[in-house]
Ligand binder design. Sequence first.
Ligand code: FE2
Length: 289
Amino acid sequence: MTAGSTGYGDAAAADGTMRPRPGRVADWGGIEGPAVLFGGPCSNLQATRALLDAAGDATLICTGDLAAYCGDPGATAAAVRASGARVIAGNMERSLAEGGADCGCGFDEGAACAVMADAWFAHADRGIDAKARAWMESLPDLAVFRHAGRRWAVIHGGGTAVNRFLWASTPEAELAAEWAAVEALTGPVEGVISGHSGIGWAREVAGRPWINAGAIGLPPNDGDPRVEYAVLEGGRARLRRLAYDHASAVAAMRGAGLTQGYERCLETGFWPSQDMLPPGLRRAAEAGA
Ligand SMILES: [Fe+2]
């Protein structure tokens, strides 16, 4: 996708930046006990069910992108909604709710991710009914809550843009600027929880924790098919891995004609879209791309 051809109505600016909407900040109050933080269910129903089973009685917090690469968009979104998880909108919810024509990530036309997105976005778009779209439209873009004496913000990508990719390698000064943009919307926070980029990380920004909980629907490009989430407990958030029935998730993708490369990713643990990653995170040789 090229700048200026975002194709999803008012969800993004002409340059592809999808900004948080004014007033779309939810206050979830105080949360007691452990919280399971997860993002990017990505239409992977098998992984989503495994995560919900593993979470037990923990509070569920989802950073968005319920429907994307995998085979079961409608059932996955319904499972997350029925779980009672607290959910913010990702770029996928924004785009689907507004009848957009693509995922809203803002990739350049011809990039591997943009080429493969044509198939999976159409599948996701067909699988999300009007009721689910209305629910997605109602979701906040950010949320705040208190846990163990700390005020946290939940965002999708960055503070300046819902579809901003931030990585373990992003310079701290950039993260600090994104943090300030979050606080301009939420007021002061002592921790940030994000998603969107699909590879989890935990950093400190001026001594305050920022955790990207990764994606539950795709493995984090390290050759291990287990997916990733985080647990917030005792004032700290830690990343965890989760094994699930990925063979059934692959079968669902093949059955839906989603054979552009992401189905192999569920088995190999390597992404087919290495060109959207910072150079230090690319594993193209191992992926056999
Ligand atoms: Fe996203």
